[in-house]
Design a binder for this molecule. Structure first.
Ligand code: PBG
Length: 336
């Protein structure tokens, strides 16, 4: 029986979806290993790789294993890694003193990676949370009820110079203090590190999606710090216009790349920042975004390979040039 129903259509968008070849021809967004930055966690001593409970498939690595992992990533075409140290809680104090140690773990890790795999770019976080007992990104004020902005910035600027001296390609202030990008740029230049770049966590939100990361670096050590509120410095998740202000300030202060974080739940912010600047935009698919997909996949509720790809494609489509993601290695392998 023939179906008598016929539309008189001039426009039939489905023509362009008819075959795989046609769909490829009209693809607007393509993910490449070159778009990815792999965050890696490093520990001291010689422990075997230790899986982070809330981040299946992500391990804390000693420096030797870290170097191996970096070699593998570089071979897969991933151009940059972001290093995060996890300190022994005994080494932490209120002031985050060890952030300024000349032989700090993260500095030793940077030197080892740059020596073994010089073509791989390295970025490091500039913030005090791995070093402070209270888990905040800065030092506290006299009343101990907030982070002291200006005193913190002074420390961060010194920290950035140490990281530059160790050989990082980019320092990445993730603390959200006012004026830190400008202060860091000045200090780097004064110390002769004019070639060291700044990837600013420009619009970083006060997000509950950082929970697994705080397990990973142990900034959740003190009772309740997993739920630590960073609301006086990280951005209110309700705000969008403010993200543009933050991005413009960081850009004017000398940031080379502007980052939005988290990524998936903040695609509108990525697009907003993309439209507001000509500089490269980075987005950080954070630990909680990774944990969500892993957990659902483990329950058999989502297909991991497909949701992984789709989640990252969406972030790139929203306007991110580069994406920090714990899926970097898996995706690079898939794209090979
Ligand atoms: C801390 C920092 C955080 C992340 C990167 N740097 C957590 C926080 O602000 O508490 C989160 C990354 C992630 O969740 O994957 N300066």
């Amino acid at each position: 029986m023939s179906n008598p129903f016929k539309l008189d259509l001039t426009q039939r968008p489905r023509r362009l979806r008819r075959t795989a070849g046609l769909r490829a021809l009209v693809t607007e967004t393509v993910l490449q290993p070159a778009n990815l930055i792999a965050p890696l966690f490093v520990v001291d001593g010689r422990p075997a790789p230790e899986e982070i409970k809330s981040m299946p498939g992500v391990f804390r690595l000693n420096v030797a294993d870290l170097v191996k992992e970096c070699r593998a990533l570089c071979k897969l075409g991933v151009p940059m890694v972001a290093l995060f140290p996890k300190l022994d809680p005994k080494l932490k104090d209120d002031e985050g003193t060890l952030a300024l140690a000349e032989d700090a773990l993260v500095l030793r890790a940077v030197r080892a990676v740059k020596k073994a795999v010089p073509e791989l770019a390295v970025m490091t976080d500039v913030a005090l949370d791995p070093y402070t007992t209270h888990g905040h990104d800065g030092v506290l004020n006299a009343a101990r009820d907030d982070v002291d902005n200006d005193r913190t910035v002074g420390i961060l600027a010194r920290m950035a110079v140490l990281q530059a001296r160790a050989g990082v390609d980019f320092v990445a202030p993730s603390d959200m203090m006012d004026g830190r990008v400008g202060a860091i740029r000045k200090s780097l230049d004064a110390a002769g590190y004019t070639g060291t770049g700044i990837i600013a966590y420009a619009a970083k939100y006060n997000s509950a999606y950082y929970g697994p990361f705080r397990d990973a670096v142990g900034s959740a050590q003190a009772a309740g710090t997993r739920l630590l509120s960073k609301a006086t410095y990280q951005m209110n998740p309700a705000n969008r216009r403010e993200a543009v202000i933050e991005a413009q300030l960081d850009s004017l202060e000398g940031a080379d790349v502007l980052m939005v974080k988290p990524a998936g739940p903040y695609l509108d912010i990525i697009r907003e920042v993309r439209n507001a600047t000509r500089k490269p935009v980075a987005a950080y698919q954070v630990s909680g975004e990774y944990a969500q997909l892993q957990a659902a996949a483990r329950l058999g509720w989502l297909d991991l390979a497909r949701t992984r790809h789709e989640s990252l494609l969406a972030i790139k489509r929203a306007g991110a040039d580069m994406i920090l993601t714990y899926f970097a290695k898996d995706l690079a392998k898939e794209l090979r």
